[in-house]
Design a protein around this ligand. Structure first.
Ligand SMILES: *Cc1c(COP(=O)(O)O)cnc(C)c1O
Length: 431
């Protein structure tokens, strides 16, 4: 039986609760259609420069204010008023987000005059922050009737989409560059996604995934290209606001590759600002690896220039940051800060996090903590300040990078005297 669709109604009536706004030209587009980049600004994009035309998702903040939507009301409704789909039940059943925030006032047995708060996003279903974006993308696809979601990824985004799609009975297709290491592919394969190795680089895989989206009518999760990746990631800011007793922190250290997580953090606080729930945006600190600093290095240049990346922090090793312009815009608008840290400091930070707090983070995540340690060393953290570090992924995802820290002692005979000889006197005196 055929169903007739009243096309005039679909085209003329904007029944969407949000609209898209281009972050370059400011043009606005009706939210009832599925859009990726701004159709105008993206015309001249080529894959050797960061893309123009990333879209921001704008809600009717005034209407929400008029309805008396305060933070608790919004939260009670699962923040659905600030998300691009209609029913919270479209989200995966797995617990995404709502990750713990731990506070510490000690480091290496030293009492600190300020507080360090660690937001442990390795506690997501596939062990990284990327699940926040995949969850929202998956929910949107479900409501719009897309059965297949495609993403180009070298690691966490792909494994995240694969895992959440498995839980939602959706098909995931992950395009990876040919050279992607096998360890990164294991999760994707175990979750049952279709994996497509593409000859060439990440950028080649990215471009092919977009062509396939157009050709086959799939939905595309590519970071920044899909505006809802930012919407998913912003929820961390709502959680932080609540976990800090409805205060904004003094600083938030964010590890940055493509610049989508940092834009999500800003967007979350910006939504709260628009709603009059907060009065100021916290200082957000972009931390990049010295070996992959394509946003930091181009913060004050007129024309973006790329430099090939080499860093142990593979999840933030990015030559052409997909969200360069929006990340830069947010940092400039809200007086954000930025710095780079070298690989050896990233490794030290990883060891410090594990040894001090029992949280083993992957190098990309430890980069944010290395940023905080650098601020501490330079006396830039004020007394009594609250400093949040986003720990975006689990250390078990990338064991190879910490290999050189491992020094496994020789085995002892199972004999108490032998044992005494090998243990240090310091260990023996600790009862
Ligand atoms: C993707 C990722 C980042 C960086 O996020 P961007 O949006 O690319 O800046 C940081 N840490 C981990 C663990 C990641 O997977």
């Amino acid at each position: 039986m055929q169903r007739t669709i009243d096309k005039t109604r679909l085209m003329t009536k904007n029944n969407s609760k949000f609209k898209y706004r281009c972050t370059d030209c400011g043009r606005e587009y009706d939210g009832s259609q599925t859009l990726y980049l701004c159709p105008e600004c993206s015309k001249l994009n080529n894959s050797s420069k960061p893309p123009r035309g990333v879209l921001k998702t704008i809600y009717d903040y005034q209407a929400l204010k008029n309805n008396g939507s305060d933070f608790l009301n919004l939260k009670k409704r699962g923040f659905i008023d600030l998300l691009p789909f209609d029913n919270p039940e479209s989200l995966p059943a797995l617990r995404v987000g709502n990750t713990p925030l731990y506070s510490f006032e000690k480091l290496d047995s030293e009492k600190l005059p300020f507080t360090i708060c660690l937001k442990d996003d390795s506690q997501n279903p596939t062990f990284s922050f990327k699940d926040r974006a995949s969850a929202v993308v998956s929910a949107y696809a479900k409501e719009k009737g897309y059965e297949t979601i495609v993403a180009a990824s070298t690691g966490n985004a792909g494994s995240s989409l694969a895992g959440l799609c498995a839980s939602q009975d959706q098909k995931a297709i992950i395009m990876v560059p040919e050279a992607a290491p096998i360890a990164k592919l294991t999760q994707i394969i175990m979750y049952g996604a279709t994996i497509v190795p593409v000859k060439g680089t990440y950028d080649d895989a990215f471009d092919l995934s977009i062509k396939a989206t157009e050709e086959f009518g799939w939905y595309n999760r590519n970071t920044a290209f899909n505006p809802f990746t930012i919407e998913g990631k912003k929820i961390v800011s709502f959680e932080l606001f609540e976990q800090l007793n409805y205060q904004v922190p003094d600083r938030i250290f964010v590890p940055v590759g493509d610049g989508v997580i940092i834009s999500g953090v800003y967007k979350g606080f910006e939504d709260l600002l628009e709603l009059g729930i907060i009065e100021k945006i916290p200082v957000i600190v972009m931390v990049q690896s010295e070996g992959s600093d394509n946003i930091v290095r181009n913060m004050n240049t007129d024309d973006f220039e790329t430099k090939a990346s080499t860093t142990i922090a593979d999840s933030i090793s990015v030559d052409i940051p997909r969200n360069f312009y929006l990340a830069k815009q947010f940092i400039q608008k809200y007086d954000g800060e930025f710095l780079t840290v070298p690989d050896n400091e990233i490794l030290e930070a990883s060891q410090s996090l594990s040894g001090n707090y029992g949280i083993f983070a992957e190098p990309a995540a430890s980069t944010a903590f290395a940023g905080l340690l650098s601020y501490k060393k330079n006396g830039k953290l004020a007394d009594n300040s609250i400093n949040v570090v986003l720990l975006t992924g689990s250390g078990l995802k990338d064991l190879k990078s910490v290999n050189k820290l491992l020094n496994i002692p020789e085995s002892v005979k199972p004999d108490i005297e032998e044992l005494k000889k090998t243990l240090t006197s310091a260990t023996l005196s600790q009862r």
